[in-house]
Design a protein. Structure first.
Length: 303
């Protein structure tokens, strides 16, 4: 059995995967704040799965933040209250199995690719959450680029006069399509600000309509970038914002079609047909982490 964990800012999703790639057990736990709490969450999740499935051979962990290549050291996981943490050193001795760590979006890309195609073809996984980022997988390998930033489409500026982005630029895709940026510009309390924006836009609120249109424009721009640079077979949308389901997809596909109206070349790419939505509740991120954990050293990655 291989175990994979997707550690989120509030929840941790963990799965046990058998040799055939089938998910044999799944648990969900609250994620604690700070390094010690994250370590406790990992140990509790793995032990809970072990009680259900028996012996475990490996553990893979997907976590927000930067993971130093070739190590299990994560830095700047600000949504977890973690400045620096070597998870393999922290939990490996307790668990007694190999532990590997990957950035959560890259792990989700592995999982989405495995669920979608069984490891064949090419795919970009575009995560639409608090921020925007992507992972690109081709024939089962993650494309990292020269410095590990391949897929960081959130900080491509598509409008130099657009809203300020937290990275310092203006008009970044993330400034338009990131949940955090939308909530900040919306400025009204609510448990699900992006959903509130969609509802208010339907009711005719001018600011909500502007924000909703900007979201579609940002996601469509990310899809164009991913297809034009990597020519992937499909772009799979995941992350919290995709909980909007058909409402989001209708906006994005309409924006892609409208933006290609004047360009025979762009129309030939059929971008709106190459965008897919990750099914709600999909274990893609935890499954991808399990695959990372079971991989031989250096597998699944290329520069």
């Amino acid at each position: 059995m291989k175990v994979g964990l997707d550690i989120g800012g509030t929840k941790t999703d963990a799965v046990a995967v058998d040799s055939a790639g089938t998910i044999a057990a799944r648990v969900r736990l609250s994620t604690g704040w700070g390094s010690d709490a994250v370590i406790r969450t990992v140990l509790e999740a793995v032990r809970s799965l072990a009680e259900q499935v028996g012996a475990i051979e490996s553990v893979g962990i997907g976590i927000p933040g930067q993971v130093e290549p070739g190590t299990a050291r994560v830095v700047h996981a600000v949504n977890l209250g973690v400045d620096e943490l070597d998870l393999a050193a922290a939990v490996g001795p307790e668990l007694g199995v190999p532990v590997r760590v990957e950035n959560d979006v890259k792990a989700a890309a592995f999982g989405a690719h495995a669920l979608r195609s069984g490891g064949a073809g090419s795919m970009a996984y575009l995560n639409l959450g608090t921020g925007v980022a992507a992972g690109i997988v081709t024939d089962g390998e993650l494309w990292r680029g020269a410095r590990g930033t391949a897929g960081e489409v959130g900080h491509i500026s598509i409008d130099p006069h657009g809203p300020q982005c937290r990275c310092g630029q203006r008009g970044c895709i993330e400034a338009l399509a990131g949940g955090g940026a939308i909530a900040e510009r919306w400025g009204r309390p609510g448990a699900l600000p992006v959903r509130d924006v969609f509802d208010a836009a339907d009711a005719g609120d001018p600011l909500a309509r502007e924000l909703r249109a900007g979201l579609a424009r940002g996601v469509a721009a990310a899809v164009r970038v991913l297809v034009l640079t990597a020519d992937v077979d499909a772009v799979v949308l995941g992350g919290g914002i995709t909980g909007l389901g058909p409402r989001l997809m209708a906006d994005v596909t309409a924006e892609l079609a409208a933006s290609a109206e004047a360009s025979p070349f762009m129309r030939s790419l059929r971008l709106e047909e190459r965008v897919e939505l990750l099914p709600a509740g999909s274990p893609a991120a935890a499954l991808g982490a399990a695959l990372v954990g079971a991989a031989r050293e250096g597998a699944f990655t290329r520069g």
